[in-house]
Design a protein around this ligand. Structure first.
Ligand code: GLU
Length: 485
């Protein structure tokens, strides 16, 4: 057997946002192509005029870029290339449908919308399992067809399905799949607006683009017999199919907008790292067969195979995504983290402030084990960026004692004698203050923490003080004393 180059495609319809499931389809195609040294193609299936959404393609391409899923070819576009657009290939579909018409594998249908509705209602009344076109227009003679067309009668072109046939194909996830021709409708191939339907354009392009493996979501499985019939009608080789399992909510219902975010955009906006989302999505329906959960894309490329894709639905577990985000964040280098934090701060209320790399790095080191998202460096660690605006109610009740003001004043007085106190000095002063005031360390630490951070948790108090420095410590002590007077 000649070793054919593996060629796969991601073929989104630009109808709005990108569903997480679509990104998974893109990812699995990408991983398969990279793993096998094949080609990954992006094809925009934009022949459905009614469903077109302004800006959807741009958003799609930007999302792929963000996710790092670069494609390999496509027509020249302003110094760049690709993706392919079906709307630019309409002539190709037209020529091909003519071949099917000649071969009598397809036929013109002039039935009105009213007739089709009546037919459907009648079939539903008879409680037939499935509503199907009744092939009425197949009876028309060539002369009748030509006359109708000459009259300008609206029409579609339909696939001529033999109900007695059995349609078989190989699916790398599901094994051998079989459908009876009985359940396959005479699919419309060319609509009355002259545009091809998804089925026709998809098959023609997959063939012309030499696609070897069609990897897509399970929702396309029922369409596959129609596609196989089209390949056969043209006399073309059928590609290998791989239908990816459904994505489910934790209650095993289909992942839907109602129960949470399903658009990649939503996750991006929330500050998820592309590496984490990719890592997470890779595991939605695929496993390397061990317990490994943390992956960089290179490792995914190395391990990915279609035979390890599951048949059963994959549950979307947001907790796991959060965990992966934290893991990926933690493993970033200091330089990367500084840059990420800097970029993020620009979009925050602290955008007008200047921070040195050295300062940001101290914050990063203090907070790294406590955050899952970049923005949490300044949300959970807001006290590194501004004075506390309020004090945690419960902690105040528990920790703020009658003697707290005197203790804090003492602490403040002592540090003011230092030129530039460091962590050890802050600690030493604590011990001195506790001894002189004749109290336990906790009686100094807790009020001090509240005064300087406003909250009861967080990094070690001396680390916090070291980062904010002497002057801010004193100001914040003065502020709490003033506020709680
Ligand atoms: N255009 C289809 C979609 O929006 C592509 C399905 C396929 O991959 O064949 O998902």
């Amino acid at each position: 057997m000649i070793n054919k180059e593996i060629r796969v495609r991601y073929a989104p319809s630009p109808t709005g946002y990108i569903h997480i499931g679509n990104l998974r389809t893109a990812l699995y195609n990408y991983l398969f192509a990279r793993h096998t040294g094949g080609k990954f193609i992006v094809r925009i299936e934009d022949t459905d005029q009614a469903r077109k959404v302004e800006g959807a393609v741009e958003n799609l391409i930007a999302t792929l870029k963000w996710a790092g899923l670069d494609y390999d070819e496509g027509p020249e576009k302003g110094g760049d290339y690709g993706p392919y657009y079906q709307s630019e290939r309409l002539d190709i579909y037209k020529t091909h449908v003519d071949i099917l018409l000649q071969k009598k594998k397809a036929y013109y249908c002039f039935c009105s919308a009213e007739r089709l509705t009546a037919l459907r209602e009648e079939q539903q009344k008879q409680k037939l399992n499935q509503t199907k076109y009744d092939k009425r227009c197949l009876q028309l003679s060539d002369e009748e067809v030509s006359a109708n067309i000459a009259k300008g009668m609206p029409h579609v072109v339909r696939l001529n399905v033999d109900p007695s046939s059995t349609i078989k194909f190989k699916d790398d996830v599901r094994g051998d799949v079989e459908f009876s021709g009985e359940v396959v409708d005479d699919q419309v191939l060319i609509k009355s607006d002259n545009y091809p339907t998804y089925h026709l354009a998809n098959v023609i392009d997959d063939h012309l683009m030499k696609i070897t493996h069609v990897i897509r979501g399970e929702e396309w499985l029922p369409s596959t017999p129609k596609h196989v019939l089209l390949y056969e009608a043209f006399g073309w080789d059928v590609p290998v199919f791989a239908h990816l399992p459904l994505l489910l909510n934790p209650d095993r219902s289909k992942l839907s907008k109602r129960q949470g975010d399903v658009a990649v955009e939503d996750y991006r906006k929330k500050g998820f790292l592309s590496e984490a989302l990719i890592n997470f999505i890779a595991l939605l329906g695929w496993t390397a067969g061990d317990d490994k959960e943390f992956y960089y894309i290179d490792e995914l490329i190395k391990s990915f195979s279609l035979d390890r894709v599951n048949k059963s639905g994959a549950v979307f577990d947001i907790e796991k995504l959060n965990w992966l985000n934290a893991e990926h964040l933690r493993r970033k280098s200091d330089t990367e983290l500084i840059q990420m934090l800097r970029d993020d701060l620009k979009t925050s209320k602290y955008s007008g402030n200047e921070y040195s790399d050295e300062y940001l790095l101290k914050v990063i080191h203090a907070m790294k084990e406590r955050v899952s998202f970049v923005q949490e460096f300044y949300e959970k660690g807001s006290y590194f960026f501004e004075e506390p605006a309020s004090y945690e109610e419960a902690a105040l009740k528990k920790r703020w004692k009658e003697e707290s003001p005197a203790i804090l004043s003492k602490y403040s007085e002592k540090i003011s004698t230092y030129e530039n106190p460091v962590k050890e000095d802050f600690e030493k002063i604590l011990h001195e203050t506790a001894a002189e005031m004749n109290v336990g360390n906790g009686n100094v630490i807790h009020p001090l923490r509240l005064a300087t951070s406003g909250v009861s948790g967080g990094p070690g108090i001396f680390e916090i003080l070291d980062i904010i420095g002497r002057d801010k410590t004193i100001t914040r002590i003065n502020a709490i004393l003033e506020k709680l007077k």
